[in-house]
Design a protein around this ligand. Structure first.
Ligand code: MG
Length: 455
């Protein structure tokens, strides 16, 4: 019995790993566990109509009513589940994965991804053959609901639209041919911005760039920011729950920078607040939060873990180093357009350019890497590493995080889906962090070899 749910929902190559039969049974199991009225939405992928219909069949077969929200960003579906008073939601999307992938994200009635224990419950039911089908006269019905305007109104209402509008910002948006194109240009226009776009046609083949925004695939956005003299560039991932920002010079700010910027503004307005984030996040977040008398609530890596920690502990702000910011006053899930609106508000309030604002934040050098390791050896390798490395602070919340006296750190995290360890590291300078990664990578490779040779 394999695990269906990964770090964020169920994913696989369409019609190979993720089949219509699997999605139908998964949706039936979700419906059985979540309740009677379920939202269903999809992204713009080529195979999303296929899996939307498979999911609808599964839900209807167990007597759920399907509230079809059409094509929309994941955060718009999440917001709608809660505000339409539904019992849960299914989003057909593979987020930032390549076009041949698809998947399903599952939301509880609060509009946040279901907790890990509910994933386990749904998986157990799925692998036991799925729930019993309803009698013919008890199957569910389909209705179509509008969610995009509900969502756009909500985002615009959370910021000072007048203040932002007075600045007449020039904004360049790159939705990467994903569903962000259905909301972000409208929201930016309603905030009084002049909007330019690139890769703004919805196209499930992602012809413009890969669906995951990365510094090396944002060249068109960068050029357009410079050519138009824009104040800011914004790139979205495939389902628009994450956004990556470019400053007015066209420089890409990685997600930890934008997260730290929004966090610093949130802390200025809510001194002493608690902020939820994963153990992979930058020390810059700790500095920003603690400087305002606040504290960090650490979680495992994964937006589901951060969002659920916010809900369970009454925390109103959270985020991740990959560009996911969770703004509780709107909704405690990642939201690319809400983050864009918040950053525009910060630029308007502080009357500074984005590069000036970011220059005021603590700066750290980071690096990521991976090391191959058979799944069955992962636990023993982590235990061996712990005894081999002298680090004054060790955190085992998610894999092994070693924190050294100068506050540099490395996180060695077993992938839930692949036979690899993911490495995340941070230090004051790039040469230091590169050294930290290469030394530890070698040590892990040696340990894997030693343990792999033992019977
Ligand atoms: Mg995403």
């Amino acid at each position: 019995m394999g695990r269906l749910f990964g770090t964020n929902g169920v994913r696989g190559v369409a019609n190979k790993e993720l089949t219509p039969e699997l999605v139908t049974r998964l949706a039936a199991s979700c419906g059985h566990v979540l309740g009677k009225n379920i939202a269903l939405g999809r992204d713009g992928r080529v195979t999303s109509p296929l899996f939307r219909d498979a999911a609808a069949s599964g839900l209807l077969s167990v007597g759920c009513n399907v509230h079809d929200l059409g094509v929309l960003p994941t955060p718009a579906l999440q917001y709608a589940v809660k505000h339409l008073g539904l019992d849960g939601g299914l989003m057909v999307t593979a987020s930032h994965n390549p076009p041949e992938f698809n998947g399903v994200k599952v939301m509880a009635r609060d509009g946040v991804e279901i907790a890990r224990r509910v994933e386990d419950e749904i998986e157990a039911l799925h692998f036991a053959g799925g729930p019993k089908a309803a009698d013919w006269d008890k199957v569910g019905d389909v209705c179509h609901r509008e969610a995009l305007t509900l969502y756009n109104d909500a985002v615009v209402s959370k910021v000072d639209a007048k203040l932002i509008g007075d600045k007449k910002f020039k904004v360049v948006l790159d939705p990467g041919n994903g569903v962000g194109t259905l909301v972000a240009p409208t929201i930016a226009q309603r905030l009084g911005c002049s909007v330019y776009t690139v890769n703004a046609e919805l196209d499930g083949r992602f012809p413009g760039r890969q669906s995951e925004p990365r510094p090396d695939n944002l060249r068109d956005l960068k050029e357009l920011v410079k050519a138009t003299g824009a104040d800011i560039g914004v790139a979205f991932d495939g389902d628009a729950d994450r956004s990556i920002f470019l400053d007015e010079r066209g420089e890409v700010l990685w997600g930890d920078r934008s997260f730290a910027l929004v966090a610093s503004s949130y802390m200025a307005k809510h001194p002493g607040a608690r902020v939820a984030t994963a153990v992979s996040s930058s020390n810059a977040i700790i500095e920003v939060v603690e400087a305002a008398g606040g504290s960090i609530h650490w979680t495992k890596v994964g937006s589901v873990d951060v969002s659920r920690a916010m809900v369970e502990n009454g925390i109103d702000f959270g985020g991740e180093e990959n560009g996911g910011v969770m703004y509780g006053p709107h909704h405690p899930t990642r939201d690319g357009s809400m983050t864009m609106a918040l950053i525009l508000e910060i630029m308007a309030e502080r009357a500074k350019t984005l590069s000036e604002l970011v220059a005021e934040l603590p700066a750290r050098a980071q690096s990521k890497d991976k090391v191959r390791c058979p799944n069955e050896l992962k636990q023993r390798v982590l235990e061996a590493l712990r005894s081999k490395v002298a680090a004054p602070r060790v955190d085992t919340m998610d894999g092994l995080k070693l924190v050294f006296p100068d506050e540099s750190w490395i996180l060695v995290r077993p992938s839930g889906t692949e036979p690899i360890f993911r490495l995340y590291a941070e230090a004051d300078t790039q040469p230091e962090v590169d050294k930290l990664v290469s030394e530890n990578k070698r040590l892990i490779e040696e340990t894997v070899k030693e343990l792999g040779l033992k019977p």
